[in-house]
Design a protein around this ligand. Sequence first.
Ligand code: C5P
Length: 319
Amino acid sequence: NTNTRSIWNEDSSSMNLVPRLRTVKNNYVAMNKYIVNFTGRKHSRKLSREELICELKQRVPVKTIQFGEDPFTTSDWQKSLPSKSLMEELGQFRTCAVVSSAASILHSKLGNEINGHDAVLRFNAAPTSGFEFDVGTKTTIRIINSQVISTGDYQFHAKSLYRTGVLLTWDPAPYAANLSEWFKNPDYNFFEDYKKYRENNPEQPFHILHPSIQWKLWNIVQENTAENIQPNPPSSGLMGIVLMMTLCDQTDVYEFLPSQRQTDRCHYYEMFHDQACTMGAYHPLMFEKNLVKRMNHGTDEEIHMYGKVTLPGFRTVLC
Ligand code: C5P
């Protein structure tokens, strides 16, 4: 029996947040760290599933940084940056899985189902070892924040966890910054660590996401939300979803929209508890989830049971 209370409400607003997280959200809006100057228009009506998918397809072209684009024009970058873009590197997949790091995936028994996909995307420090039964074993792509690379906390250079699959990193950029401005003043200065990792692991593909994507995606979240959302980049989760919709004919997303196992525990691999991980604090995560719920081709039952959302590949939709 599907308990509708456990299915993500696609009209969630900050009124649904606990007061602490509402305050955090309002503080980020007031701070406007990335100097967001939103000149778009908020839609006065809810776009249909197809309209939303077409907005993403037409306005969020996933790009990775390649040698030759200013300021990545020096010989050290020629050596470090992959010669192919991420899309050229990976080609096209039929079915893909996005595995969120939410603790609600524990006891899901989703491992076999996740492994059945042609490509599997994971995030940051999320392991498979020890959690195979619930999260699977396959890792095709791993998205890592610049923070993971540049702070010692994650042992990025040492841990074997990061050695499988294609790596993709991103770093928050100011809303209107060009590549050179961002390069001079990134949120986390990961560039030297990136080069060092490339030198030590030349065989492992490792790309840098073009920062323009964050804000193209953010604009769409804001346009489709009545209130002012956090003026901070979308979560890795939403960027990963758009990446897989670009690469795959069909993408199944697990535990981004929480299942019946929803919990305040943050990650399946850590004991840390904070509602912010699921509801958003820095990231406009709640509003990202509203959009993903609206785009879902699957059933509410699948959300309830597996936290599962099914999305079509951009190739398969006519806009
Ligand atoms: O915490 P981290 O960014 O490594 O998690 C990866 C992604 O999984 C997040 O960007 C977010 O989209 C999603 N997530 C979630 N709920 C959680 C933890 C993570 O939706 N409790």
